[in-house]
Structure formats: C-alpha cells, structure tokens
Design a protein. Sequence first.
Length: 213
Amino acid sequence: MMDTGPAPTTTATSSSSSPEDLTQSSTSVVSQWMFNISRRLQHVLDKSVPHVLYRWIGCLVMVLIYAVRVYLIEGFYIITYALGIYLLNLLIGFLSPQVDPEIDDAAAGGPTLLPTRGSDEFRPFVRRLPEFKFWYSITKAFCIGFVMTFFSVFDVPVFWPILLFYWFMLFFLTMRRQIMHMVKYRYVPFSFGKQRYDGKKASAVDNNSLPRD
C-alpha cells in the first residue's frame, strides 16, 4: 500500500471583516443618514414656501430666543455683532435689484429706469436676494449663533457699547447709500401699489370697447 504523505493544509479565510471594510461601511451609513436628513429638511422647506407669515413668525421666535439667551448670560457680544453685520449684508441684497441699474445703463447706452407713469410698461421688481433665501439665511444664522453660545471659546470679552455704536454707524451709512441709489434710479423694492392684472376688469374694458348694434 502506497503512502500518499500528509494531506495538504489549507488556510481558512477569516469570516470577520477587515478594519478598512468596517470604516467604509460606517462611512456609508453616516452618508446615507445625512442624505435622508437633508432630503427631509428640503421637503419641509419646500412645503413652507407659500406660508410667508408663519415662516417669519418662526424666525422672530428664534431671534427672541437668541436675544433672551444673550441677555441672561451677559456675554457673546462678538457673535451678536457678527450676526448684525451679516443681517445688514442680507438686507442690502434684499433691497437691491437683481440687475444693477448702473451696469444696465452702461450696457444699454442710456438710462433704463423703472416705470414712473401709468402709461409706462410695467416691470416687476426682481430682488437680488429673494424673500425665501432672505428668511432662510436669517433663521439659519440665528440657529448657528444660538448653538455657539454654549461654547465658552466664542465668548470674547469686548466692550459692547462700542460695537453697538459702530454697527449703527454702518447701518446709517449703508442705508443712506441704498436710499440714494433708489432715488437715483427711481425704484421701490416693494410691491405695494403696483399694477396687478385683473381678469374681470380687463374683460369689462374689452366688452365696453366692442361696437354695439
């Protein structure tokens, strides 16, 4: 009887995953979780677009919560000052037209003014920063500022009356320049009093203009 020798040994593969696979798996789970949260948040934001009043009430509530928080702890004035500067920039974008009239004049070779008489062609005011983005940026800024007030590293000691005075000076100078810009190019960044299409009124006018037998 022939001796076939010892049987060949085979190395068993480990059933456990390597650390790299575990890291990739956890990363994919976190990415999927973040994607689901962002999708749900975007869905809520899309549904809130027509509810202008309720959105701004929620924004004012968030601003009030932040103000009470800063008042009670008596600190984080540098964060409040940064929020004030950011809100001022947002306000300028909200009050400014999407196309700068100065650039429009240079391109057209002459003044391109908004209509000032009833016989002029109606041109709706298009903002550089739309109302929804204006609201969303303010709300997000105060939410981030509120979270930052729980970290003492952001509580930089400053003399807040100087910051308040400097902010009011910036607000006055910026708004004066914006108002001069409005007067120069004859536009108002609001829709109050502008002409609106009325189907019934237009139909009545058309019926009156038709010849009668």
